[in-house]
Design a protein. Sequence first.
Length: 201
Amino acid sequence: MVSAPGTSSRTVTPTVETVLAFVNTRADGSGRRELFGDGDSFAAWLAERDEFGGETVVTDADAAVARELRDALVTLLLAHSGDEESLGEPLLRAERHLRRVGSLYPLAPVVTAGGVELASPQVGVPGVFGTVLAAVTTFAQSSDWGRIKACRNPPCHFGFFDRTRNGGGLYCSTGCGSQVSMRKHRQRQRHGRAGGASAEG
């Protein structure tokens, strides 16, 4: 496959796909709906994902835990994009939450002749959260950890893998980048008009 100009040939691994599938379940202003709104919607989503074991019985409380885990991961991915609002206290809270989640859903090494991988020893919903943590942990050991990001265009924050050569991608699409540029342009125009009015006064 030939890469587009300015992109690298890096491929999205199964662990990245698992993380992105989990974080890209949020509702946003572009029409995407909340997939973890309650137990039924969370169960429907799981039934479509083989890596999580398929159909699983879940509760509304499980869906709430899933939202908290997802939102903490999105904050980390926004930090990878250099989003200023996610840095500082929001990032610290997200990291503390992920430490707590890690203690509740521990991982175990699975050793084979072909190598070692991390997996959740739990079943059901705990196994789902463990699978997400295993995917995050496995990919975080690679040099490309900082390339899994969340779009800096609010309220999009869609997770994506940055394939740019220099790892400087900030938005999930050119459309989101254009929206941010347009907002900044309009803001400069408003400030310019406000400054002119002040000078006249």
